[in-house]
Design a binder for this molecule. Structure first.
Ligand code: SAJ
Length: 405
């Protein structure tokens, strides 16, 4: 039996896909309401195909529980935040999970860590924790790092088709875990050591952060000198070895905006491009705020209560608001004691900010100036509804009659 610990954006799809392929699975989460919801047959976040997968997994006997189960394989997929001042990883969630597992697991159990961790987290924190309990790693218990790579919005496809990395101390244990993942993963599975797996995962997300930062910096340069950044990127990308990403209102989510900090925290003075890229991406919500200010001035709009932000999530067509650029922008406003702008997001049904609307038409009726922060399908397919409004389109989805970054 596999016990998946942490039923969030990674743990839940992983548990469901394993169960739907006939593996005996129990999913564990400290949040009782998550466990209850799943037991009642409801998914806890939106992702295409997830509901159907839950039905399938239930048919195959998946269980959900707040208690950890005694078994021989565990997959840990709990969040790994970073400490905002030191920029280093806060490993407490993982350590709590490992601590509980080693107090109940079968002899020789394998603990697979899927959560992203900074390089050497296993050596620095997890090995000592286990040794201090008088257990021998490699005999009483085995540690494996198998970082996930799936993209929110395309999770189930990527879970099956992406290649993945498995870091283990021994080839034998690595092969055992590879066999488990091969049940659903058609991509190539690479075996390596734990430190390499840890570093590789952080490097992948840092690579993307740096590339997005370049696009965002270009947007600022082009704005300062009245050039069209999108046209420039489009043409530059015709070069066979150039592939510039798209600028946007900032970088959110719990991965790309977090993982590069681990390198900054652990390698100060060495992770320089990484730090600069993080700062550029973090500066984008403020840049958008500046654009809003310029455009309201240009239109002599004195009433900013008629300005509305479209989108609260961190990216298109997901319901995840963690570290979202819109939330970052509103936080900036709050810090300047400014009244928050109006906001609407079709994916967010509960109130998370003050001036939030839950109906698209009501939102539109109450604003004259719309700032597109997220390109959800809803707005991409209904641009005609924006006729007559001033538009700041930070995602470049709208034609010429709009302001850009
Ligand atoms: N973004 C841009 N411009 C772009 C692309 C993205 O501004 O051209 C922004 C998005 O709007 C969003 C942020 O970047 O705010 C991150 O979105 P994303 O779609 O690039 O990535 P995530 O955070 O949803 O998922 C990433 C993925 N990592 C990589 O692509 C290297 C995913 O494969 C990982 O599994 C995930 O992080 C993770 O959990 O680590």
């Amino acid at each position: 039996m596999v016990n998946v610990i942490g039923l969030g954006y990674i743990g839940l799809p992983t548990a469901l896909v394993l169960a739907s392929h006939g593996i005996d699975v129990v999913g564990t989460d400290i949040n009782e309401s998550v466990v209850n919801k799943l037991n009642e047959g409801h998914v806890t976040f939106k992702e295409e195909g997830l509901e159907e997968l839950l039905v399938e997994a239930k048919k195959n006997g998946i269980q959900f529980s707040v208690e950890y189960k005694k078994t021989n394989i565990y997959i840990i997929a709990v969040p790994t935040p970073y400490n905002k001042s030191s920029k280093k990883i806060d490993p407490d969630n993982i350590l709590d999970a490992v601590n509980t597992i080693v107090s109940i697991c079968e002899h020789g159990a394998i603990i697979i860590i899927e959560s992203t961790v900074s390089p050497s987290t296993v050596d620095r924190y997890i090995r000592p924790l286990i040794s201090n309990r008088g257990m021998i790693i490699g005999q009483d218990v085995h540690i494996v790092h198998a970082p996930e790579r799936i993209l929110p919005g395309n999770m189930l496809y990527e879970l099956e088709n992406n290649s993945r990395t498995i870091g283990a101390d021994s080839k034998e244990i690595g092969e055992n875990v590879k066999k488990l993942y091969s049940v659903f993963c058609k991509g190539e599975i690479i075996l390596t050591d734990i430190r390499t797996a840890e570093m590789t995962k952080v490097v992948e997300n840092t690579y993307r952060d740096i590339n997005i930062a370049f696009a965002n910096e270009l947007a600022k340069i082009c704005r300062s000198d009245d050039m069209d950044v999108y046209e420039i990127i489009r043409i530059a990308n015709m070069h066979p070895r150039v592939s510039i990403m798209q600028p946007g209102p900032g970088v959110g989510g719990h991965c790309i905006s977090v993982d590069p900090w681990f390198l900054v925290g652990d390698y100060p003075g060495l992770a320089n491009i990484v730090l600069t890229a993080r700062n550029i991406n973090d500066s984008m919500p403020e840049f958008v705020l500046g654009r809003i200010h310029e455009i309201t001035n240009e239109h002599r709009m004195t009433d900013i209560s008629r300005v509305g932000l479209y989108g609260l999530t961190y990216k298109d067509n997901v319901d995840d608001i963690r570290e979202s650029p819109t939330l970052q922008l509103l936080e900036l406003q709050r810090r300047h004691l400014a009244k928050e702008l109006k906001v609407y997001d079709p994916y967010i049904k509960e109130r998370v900010v003050a001036n939030q609307y839950f109906d698209f038409y009501e939102f539109l009726a109450n604003i004259d100036f719309i700032v597109i922060m997220v390109a959800h399908d809803e707005i991409v397919t209904s641009t005609s509804k924006l006729n007559g409004k001033v538009i700041l389109d930070t995602k470049n989805i709208y034609g010429l009659k709009s302001y850009k970054l």
